[in-house]
Design a protein around this ligand. Structure first.
Ligand SMILES: [Zn+2]
Length: 203
């Protein structure tokens, strides 16, 4: 076990240098495709621990294909280890992958860069927030909706709920839960995010 920890440390250290990536992944790939079960499980664990030391591109070109291969292994221990490693990859590259998959312009929390809304979901940029201008979005993501409360706004009485960044809990704006005047009904279920609380990402 001590031996294994040393190998893990060495591989992580080597991974911090991009020049070593090819060598490391050649070795890991040999381990992935060999017939020894323990070797395959070691490879899976190594793929998992190097995740913090690599970027999204290396993950998608080297780590994910190796894990896909391990995930289709007939041995259940290998399969389960690869699922665990997949979880680590998905968690770590959550934001990068989302930007890549969506390929569109995003807004993120000004405080922690958590992705909170898509530019495509902007309904209006002419809203009044608590601290200046705000945008109305049809959807928001990675947010937490607080308790409902009635608020008298410039445009009449509304039931609203503050929305927080799910990562750092910064208050970003509010959600319109219910509007009472017919002309304001279109806001129901939509989100107002303060311009000063969000930053452009991937533009
Ligand atoms: Zn945040």
């Amino acid at each position: 076990m001590k031996h294994h920890a040393q190998i893990v440390n060495s591989v992580c250290f080597l991974c911090t240098y991009e020049a070593h990536h090819n060598m490391i992944f050649n070795i890991l790939w040999e381990m992935v495709v060999c017939s020894n079960i323990n070797m395959k499980i070691s490879a899976t664990n190594l793929l998992k621990v190097i995740v913090p030391y690599i970027d999204a591109k290396v993950a998608s070109t080297h780590v994910v294909p190796a894990l896909v291969t391990l995930g289709s292994d007939q041995n259940l221990n290998v399969k389960y280890a690869s699922i665990d490693a997949f979880g680590t990859v998905a968690q770590h590259f959550k934001n990068d992958m989302m930007a890549e998959v969506i390929g569109s312009r995003l807004y993120s929390c000004c405080n922690c860069r958590n992705h909170v809304a898509l530019h495509d979901d902007v309904i209006s940029k002419a809203f009044q927030g608590k601290n200046g201008r705000a945008f109305l979005f049809s959807h928001a993501m990675n947010i937490v909706v607080g308790p409902k409360e009635d608020r008298q706004l410039r445009t009449g009485l509304h039931t609203v709920a503050d929305v927080y960044c799910s990562d750092c809990r910064e208050v970003l704006g509010w959600k319109y839960v219910q509007a009472y005047e017919e002309t304001q009904k279109y806001k129901e279920g939509k989100f107002v995010l303060e311009k000063s609380k969000i930053a452009k990402e991937n533009w």
